[in-house]
Design a binder for this molecule. Structure first.
Ligand SMILES: Cc1cc2nc3c(=O)[nH]c(=O)nc-3n(C[C@H](O)[C@H](O)[C@H](O)COP(=O)(O)O)c2cc1C
Length: 251
């Protein structure tokens, strides 16, 4: 019988301590053996049909990292963190296997989703592994600002779909944790909530977010204001064309 009271579970403790770190101690690279431990553990994540459709590229060159920091919208941590990784959905091996056998590789939107889900499960396991060893992490979706430029810089072959970056390093300061919605808001049993229930949850979370922001000198901000602003304009409209050009199919 699984343990019902998981209050003292060390894995859950690491998960609850998560915060995105954007300020890293300089001159403290992540040792290769640490990354190896983290990657080996992260690979134990479940993977659709055992396909292992992900790749982790560690960017070593300082000039490349500076260029990626700029492409990500001037995010300093991309250049400064102890390590920078680019996480991609990887369908290249599968294509090569099919080609070697002289068999068709039948592309579809499902294959893009498979690779994206696989890569994301791996990435979150990797993040937890690093955090469990005392490192700070920050995902970098900002790399999707200009994936074509990222792709050229890193010379990624077709069949590789870069998704996001991951900064890892020794935290220089503690940004604290950001609140989340109550578990019961994102977990329902039997039926999805009504729109009225959802908006009641939003109002309650706006209050929690407002006090979080006020405690950080940003009084007047709330959660829903950030949401409608974010989704009020088109985002990264080149993505589909880019992924198409790298061999993804959305059919
Ligand atoms: C896929 C993904 C991409 C992200 N991209 C960025 C990014 O480009 N820059 C950044 O500073 N934070 C980025 N974040 C971090 C989120 O902003 C952060 O997780 C969220 O605000 C919650 O804060 P917390 O991680 O400290 O709990 C990203 C997170 C995810 C999951």
């Amino acid at each position: 019988m699984p343990e019902a009271d998981s209050g003292a579970d060390p894995v859950l403790d690491v998960m609850r301590r998560h915060r995105s770190v954007r300020d890293f101690k300089p001159g403290q690279p992540v040792p290769e053996e640490v990354t190896e431990r983290a990657v080996e553990a992260a690979q134990c994540a479940a993977t659709s049909s055992w396909i292992q459709a992900y790749h982790l590229l560690e960017v070593i060159d300082a000039d490349e990292r500076a260029e990626l920091a700029s492409l990500a919208g001037g995010q300093r941590q991309v250049a400064d963190a102890g390590a920078l990784f680019v996480i991609s959905g990887d369908t290249r091996r599968h294509r090569l296997v099919a080609a070697r056998e002289g068999q068709p590789y039948v592309n579809s939107a499902e294959l893009f989703v498979l690779a994206t889900v696989d890569a994301s499960l791996f990435a979150q396991n990797l993040t937890l592994a690093f955090e469990s060893m005392g490192y700070g992490t920050c995902y970098i979706g900002g790399l999707r600002n200009d994936l074509a430029a990222v792709d050229r810089l890193l010379e990624l072959p077709d069949g590789i779909f870069p998704l996001f970056g991951l900064c890892v390093g020794v935290p220089a300061s503690d940004p604290g944790t950001r609140p989340r919605m109550p578990a019961r808001d994102i977990w329902s049993r039997g039926r999805y909530p009504t729109d009225e229930e959802l908006m009641g949850q939003v109002d309650a979370f706006d209050e929690a977010a407002a006090s979080y922001y006020a405690g950080r000198g940003a009084a007047g901000r709330d959660w829903s204001g950030g949401i409608w602003r974010k989704f009020s304009r088109p985002m990264r409209t080149a993505l589909r064309g880019f992924y198409d050009s790298k061999g993804a199919s959305f059919d």
